[in-house]
Write a protein of this length. Sequence first.
Lengths: 215, 215
Amino acid sequence: MTVAAARIEKLTETRQRILEAAREAVALNGWRNAQVAHIAARAGVATGTVYRYFNSKADLYAEVLGLVSRREIEVVAAVVDGDGPAARRLVDAIHAFARRAMRGRRLAYALLAEPCEPEIDAARLKYRAALADQVARLIEQGIADGEFIEVDPRLAASCVTGAFMEALVGPLAPETEPHSRAAQTAARNIAGLAARMLFRQTAPGPDSPIGGPIP
Amino acid sequence: MTVAAARIEKLTETRQRILEAAREAVALNGWRNAQVAHIAARAGVATGTVYRYFNSKADLYAEVLGLVSRREIEVVAAVVDGDGPAARRLVDAIHAFARRAMRGRRLAYALLAEPCEPEIDAARLKYRAALADQVARLIEQGIADGEFIEVDPRLAASCVTGAFMEALVGPLAPETEPHSRAAQTAARNIAGLAARMLFRQTAPGPDSPIGGPIP
DNA sequence: AGCTAAAATGAATAGTGATTCACGATTCAT
DNA sequence: ATGAATCGTGAATCACTATTCATTTTAGCT
């Protein structure tokens, strides 16, 4: 069986290489070079081979998006399910997301905002929806605890995610060096602002960065 | 000269018909049926004729976008330049925008959020930028007047526009009947929430709809 | 080695849609 | 009326890519 196992391993490894190549390509230049031929070349296989592993281009990218987004959603979910006041967790969740998005900016932009063909777009929406779900869940908690003002959690979640996504990777968002002080300040400010929408009282927690002076 | 004038009028009228056809097509089904051939048919001319009046498809749509957005930007700008406290004007500006966007939802979505080819997208960004500019301008005033917390106006403008755009016409935004009570409440809540990000104190103006009960 | 099935190949196919252009129709100044 | 200029036409062309498939290569088996 070890021979058969080796064979299967090689197959799955090729599959992985294709997925990885697709992810890299998008992370590098966005959907512009997301053509099947390009991915195949990058993975070191012929174009036809891609279709041995994936039914269609859309299928391939649906899987890539799923893979990439799962991690991000998990990070946010972990914060949402953590301890402490909802207000604090909301800021932290956004902040965590923001920090991560500011590395792989190109990928984050492609995932969140860049125009692409409708078929792939459908897969992208699942990611956005999942993200908004986490936020909505947290908002519900915050309302129940009396920390947040009483609004429709879904609507509020849209506003909050819209706010930080636009500021982070929106087409107008400024390019910042991932590790610069400016980027860190921006991440904190974005998190603080987006969360403030829901705060019952302006005064934030003890050592929260909200509302600091202009950088 | 009246004959020459008539000729020119006919020419510009054809041009207008093409522009109008393009706008209608996008308003109806989004970028899906924004093909040159389709527009031409809708305007009652041959495809080639379109190219007598516009250098390229991108040019045509750049003009369409400019025409449509100018109106919206003017509406917002008027509110921004109005009287009263900045906080109130911010809510009003967003509210005005929201009401208008909720009619022509399909067009608003196409303008603000729908994926489309990169060339047209470039033109779309101008609209977003112009909108963010108005908001940023207002935020600057609000900060100067001490009404808003002190943050980078550009960053805050991104957050605010992102918040209401996502909630209004984002791909996850709920479909509502344009004139229903639900839509009106949503518009008010969105405006209230988005603006709250910047408020120094939670308590809104005298008869502001902010923070009302869940609809 | 010879055989077979799975796997890989990449040239050919096909669909889409923007753009061009050679030609006929119209208009208008003379 | 005439012909040069302008306008309108729509079939043909071009560019781009996803997808297919006949063929070749590889790997395991006897």
